[in-house]
Ligand binder design. Structure first.
Ligand code: SF4
Length: 70
């Protein structure tokens, strides 16, 4: 599962970082969150789904790898 953030929507309040610090980091350069890891196991996938749920602006998208490869 790949995690994608639409930085044009992100308001950088950090909810996703609180839920999944392994996957997200608040950069101090452009006021948007950055994806810093892949949801490579079930624990991280659950955290990614949690971050997607808490994002107030719907900026987080989870993409299954097999969709990307087809
Ligand atoms: S939860 Fe959404 S709006 Fe908030 S920092 Fe993360 S991606 Fe940005």
């Amino acid at each position: 599962m790949r995690v994608v953030v639409d930085t044009s929507l992100c308001e950088a309040h950090g909810e996703c970082v609180a839920v999944a610090p392994e996957l997200f980091d608040l950069g101090d350069d452009d006021g948007a969150v950055h994806v810093v890891g892949e949801a490579s196991d079930e624990a991280l996938r659950e955290k990614a789904r949690g971050a997607e749920r808490v994002c107030p602006v719907g900026a987080i998208r989870l993409v299954m790898q097999d969709v990307l490869q087809s």
